[in-house]
Structure formats: structure tokens, C-alpha cells
Design a protein around this ligand. Structure first.
Ligand SMILES: [Zn+2]
Length: 93
């Protein structure tokens, strides 16, 4: 019993790498945790990246990153569905 309590207390609470905020329910739900070990091709060769971002910081990072991308890294599942549906329509008639 004692051990069980200890284990629950010792449970790691993730913190946002950017703002230092502890993950709340929404941050846990989104769970934007990016781990990557860099290799020879990178100037960060040998480093291990361990990035945890809360929703707010993740959004702000995306706001900076996405406009810099030559190809859109974001897909919108609903618009893709709508397009697929629209393409299927003539077949139904
Ligand atoms: Zn944050």
C-alpha cells in the first residue's frame, strides 16, 4: 500500500519545454512530444532532442513554422473528406 502511494506521487508530470508550464488535461490529450536523435547529416549530430510542448506553445510554433514551409505540412481532414465526397457525387447520379 505504501509503495502504491509512492508510485503515484512519483508519476512524472510533463512540462512544456518552451514555457515550463506543467501539462494540463488538454496538453496531455494533444501530447505533442517530439523525440529525435540527430545523426551525421545534422549540425546537432549526437544530440537527443526531447521536446514537449503545451497546446499554446505548439500553436505559436506552428504559426511561425507553417508560413515558412514551401509545401503545406498541414492537411485538413474535413476538407479532404469534402473533396472526396464531391468527386464521388457524379458517380451517384
Ligand atoms: Zn508552453
Amino acid at each position: 500500500m505504501k509503495m502504491k502511494i509512492k508510485r503515484i506521487r512519483a508519476k512524472e508530470v510533463k512540462k512544456c519545454s518552451l514555457c515550463g508550464k506543467e501539462f494540463d488535461m488538454w496538453d496531455e490529450e494533444e501530447n505533442f512530444c517530439f523525440r529525435h536523435r540527430f545523426g551525421y547529416g545534422s549540425a546537432y549530430d549526437g544530440y537527443l532532442l526531447n521536446l514537449n510542448l503545451c497546446c499554446k506553445c505548439f500553436d505559436s510554433l506552428m504559426d511561425e513554422l507553417v508560413p515558412r514551409c514551401k509545401t503545406n505540412p498541414l492537411s485538413e481532414p474535413y476538407s479532404e473528406l469534402a473533396m472526396a465526397y464531391a468527386q464521388d457525387m457524379p458517380n451517384l447520379e
